[in-house]
Design a protein around this ligand. Structure first.
Ligand code: NAD
Length: 438
């Protein structure tokens, strides 16, 4: 067995450094060459750009943007673009790292990449947002392409923004380049089912794992942090399947009703008025049900069966892990739990189903979209969902079996599975042994 410590920075606040600790755990259980390990310790390319944008009032404002391709041994880079005031190179590098392992875990022919702009999109007009998105593509155009690195939505980016990005890249290239961006509007070559893919994938994993713990939906309470694309769609799917969603939240805080929330009504109101309210609607008549207003921290500490972080990274750390009472955590957000918290949750006997498995439905349908763009043959919604569910179910079962066979936690098992595939691909390019023993 090879034992090599990951050589990330010692900065204890570095997300990438923390992400590397998961790899160290997995390396203890997989036979992989030193060359492959050395390669996986560093992002392949990290691009930092400045994006000048003419604001509506005539001022010129310059934004910082990033695009990182962590590894592309198994295929072209693939990863979302995040718009958030906290976006940094470190965050984008760690998100690209997770994408590398996610694509390998789902056995998609992609490497891992990610992008982002440091911006609060809520402060921009729609026209400013469009100029920023097109400016970002102008700045990174040389580093992307359907066979180089393709983009997708992430936090605070959506299908409209993906459409602008594809259009801008096509303008630069003087030809239609649909495969450079996924998560596009259907009218511009998007895939059916992409908007619900992350949630549908997570739902499939939850459904596949529920029988292992004899979880009966009607008796299973669920709290969800983050009520955006992924969180709100998953809340809807779980509610339809009979699970009892007792708490949901967004960036402003949450609502908690032990008797269960009517998710369809909460979602309808949130979509209309961008406000979270504990509503129960019959037709057009709505009333507020009994509930408590809670903070995001209080939501995480609720006494529920299933906790679903679906917002941002580092929500559960060594500071609050001891307070977590849920029995099962399904990570829909990327990196919501840090490595120190993992240890504490493990000691408490809490099962954590990791991001690289649970939220992989999004990139899986992005792959389907990329395939459809290249073949020009478009699939029905049921074809997309059937293929997505089959893939998610297969990989979830394999990770579960591996965790039992090796007696390791589910996160480590997911990394072991991904590492095996990455190691095989990296070694196929030639290992040190091959060159030394010639
Ligand atoms: P989104 O922008 O649609 O929603 C984000 C949600 O998080 C919003 O409800 C927002 O109010 C909430 N939020 C923001 N800051 C918060 C805070 N400090 N505390 C609590 N809630 C907060 O984004 P999304 O696409 O749903 O992504 C959510 C998570 O899922 C991210 O970690 C993202 O990387 C991950 N993810 C998304 C996809 C996808 O296809 N959309 C795929 C894989 C992973």
């Amino acid at each position: 067995m090879i034992e090599i410590a990951m050589q990330y920075t010692d900065d204890s606040n570095s997300l990438l450094s923390d992400a590397g600790k998961r790899l160290e755990q997995a390396l203890k259980h997989v036979d992989i060459s030193e060359d492959a390990i050395a390669r996986l310790q560093h992002p392949k390319t990290s691009l930092s750009v400045s994006i000048p944008v003419r604001m509506d009032d005539g001022r010129l404002k310059v934004f910082s943007g990033y695009r990182v391709r962590y590894d592309d041994t198994r295929g072209a880079g693939k990863g979302g673009v995040r718009y958030h005031p906290h976006v940094s190179l470190d965050e984008v590098q760690s998100l690209a790292f997770w994408m590398t392992f996610k694509c390998a875990l789902l056995d998609l022919p992609f490497g891992g990449a990610k992008g982002g702009i440091t911006v609060n999109p809520k402060e921009l007009s729609k026209a400013e947002l469009e100029r920023l998105s097109r400016g970002y593509i102008d700045a990174i155009a040389d580093a992307i392409g359907a066979d180089i690195d393709s983009l997708a939505p992430d936090v605070y980016t959506n299908a409209t923004i993906m459409g602008w990005m594809m259009d801008q890249y096509s303008t630069i290239q003087r030809k239609l380049c649909r495969g450079v961006v996924t998560g596009k509007p259907l009218a511009l070559g998007g895939s059916k089912g992409r908007d619900t893919a992350t949630a549908m994938g997570a739902f499939t994993v939850i459904q596949a794992m529920s029988p292992k713990f004899q979880l009966i939906p009607a008796e299973t309470t669920v709290a969800i942090q983050g009520f955006g694309n992924a969180g709100s769609t998953l809340a809807g799917l779980l509610a339809e399947a009979g699970y009892k969603i007792v708490a949901v939240s967004d960036s402003k805080g949450g609502i908690y009703a032990p008797q269960g929330l009517d998710i369809a009504s909460v979602k309808k109101h949130k979509d209309q008025d961008r406000e979270m309210k504990a509503l129960y609607c019959q037709g057009t008549v709505c009333s507020i049900v009994e509930h408590q207003t809670i903070s995001n921290q209080e939501l995480l500490a609720l006494d529920v069966d299933v906790l679903i972080p679906a917002a941002l990274e580092n929500q559960i750390t060594e500071d609050n892990a001891a307070e977590i009472k849920a029995k099962y955590i399904f990570e829909v957000a990327n990196g919501p739990i840090n490595s120190a918290a993992d240890q504490i949750l493990g000691q408490k006997g809490i099962y954590v189903f990791p991001d690289i498995l649970v939220n992989a439905g999004g990139v899986t349908v992005s792959y389907f979209e990329w395939v459809q763009n290249r073949s020009g043959w478009y699939w029905t919604l049921s074809e997309v969902n059937q293929r997505l569910q089959a893939k998610m179910q297969l990989e979830a079962e394999q990770v579960w079996d591996l965790s039992k066979d090796l007696n390791i936690n589910i996160r480590t098992a997911a990394y072991v599975q991904a590492l095996k595939r990455l190691g095989t691909a990296l070694d196929a390019k030639g290992t040190r042994n091959y060159f030394v023993n010639r």
